[in-house]
Design a binder for this molecule. Structure first.
Ligand code: PEP
Ligand code: MN
Length: 278
């Protein structure tokens, strides 16, 4: 008798030999199919007009989902923390009017039921990737989950976090690479494009990229987005705002409507070159 097989630490997220890609559906949006999903919206939900205008601009250039933070994980307790439940309602209203499903971050396990009652997809932010009670709560809420990579988590730790979500009952999880902390300081974070290729190989779940929090500077967001599509990402999560100079958070990395339209067009060209679309 040989030694027993080592127990797989992530049996639910790992790809079995020959296992096809899992498609995660949010409304009429499919993650993991031939179409690259473009999610756009502001860092934070601020007011009704901002959300309505930004949502229209996202839809106009072919974006298919709307984002916006209602609960913001801010480094300083004195910075704008988001509008909370009121922000969630504004996001939902803008999404409905523009015909876009919505994704928003949930920070506190106590808010999961409330957010799941309104949002189409729940985001676990970078800072919460190893908040295990939150991962369990979100995994059991019945809504698809967008799991950001922690700024200091390895791919292996990130996979284990995803396993928490699936072990709690969810079958619908999308990974989102958003850059990690390295010695390099030219950009806010270092986008780990390699993680996209690795995850596409070793998991059956979709993988998208957030070039905005990776770059930290609007000038570099489109180049990183193109690289993400070229590396095989199933979607992009991009911060855009009708007036980035007035944004209450992350304005420097936020694309204006013209820049967002240009990003959509150039990433579409990359997608088409690879037999996909956007
Ligand atoms: C966000 O997407 O709003 C966000 C806070 O990103 P991250 O968790 O990747 O920093
Ligand atoms: Mn942000």
């Amino acid at each position: 008798m040989g030694a027993p097989e080592p127990r797989k630490t992530t049996p639910l997220v790992s790809r079995e030999p020959g296992q096809p890609n899992t498609i995660v559906t949010v409304g009429d949006v499919c993650f993991g199919g031939t179409k690259v999903v473009l999610i756009g919206g502001p860092c934070a939900v601020e007011d009704k007009d901002q959300m309505a205008r930004t949502a229209d601009q996202v839809a106009f250039v072919g974006g298919t989902m709307l984002r916006g933070g209602a609960w913001k994980p801010r480094t300083s307790p004195y910075d704008f923390q988001g509008l909370g439940a009121a922000g969630l309602d504004l996001l939902a209203e803008a999404g409905r009017a523009a015909g876009l499903p919505i994704v928003t971050e949930v920070l506190d396990p106590r808010d999961v039921a409330l957010v799941a009652g309104t949002a189409d997809m729940l985001q676990i932010g970078s800072r919460s990737v190893q908040n295990f009670p939150l991962l369990r709560e979100v995994g059991a809420c019945g809504k698809p989950v967008l799991l950001k990579r922690g700024m200091m988590t390895t791919v292996s730790e990130w996979l284990s976090s995803a396993e928490y979500v699936l072990a709690a009952g969810s079958k619908e999880l999308v990974f989102c690479e958003r850059g990690i902390r390295t010695f390099e300081s030219a950009l806010r974070n270092t986008l780990d494009i390699g993680s996209v290729a690795v995850l596409k190989e070793i998991t059956h779940l979709p993988v998208i990229v957030d070039p905005s929090h990776a770059a930290g500077d609007a000038r570099y967001v489109t180049a990183l987005a193109r690289a993400a599509v070229a590396a095989g990402a199933d979607g992009l999560l991009v911060e855009t705002h009708c007036s980035p100079d007035k944004a209450l958070s992350d304005g420097v990395q936020t694309l204006d409507p013209t820049q967002f339209a240009a990003l959509a067009e150039s990433c579409r060209a990359v997608a088409r070159a690879l037999g996909r679309d956007l």
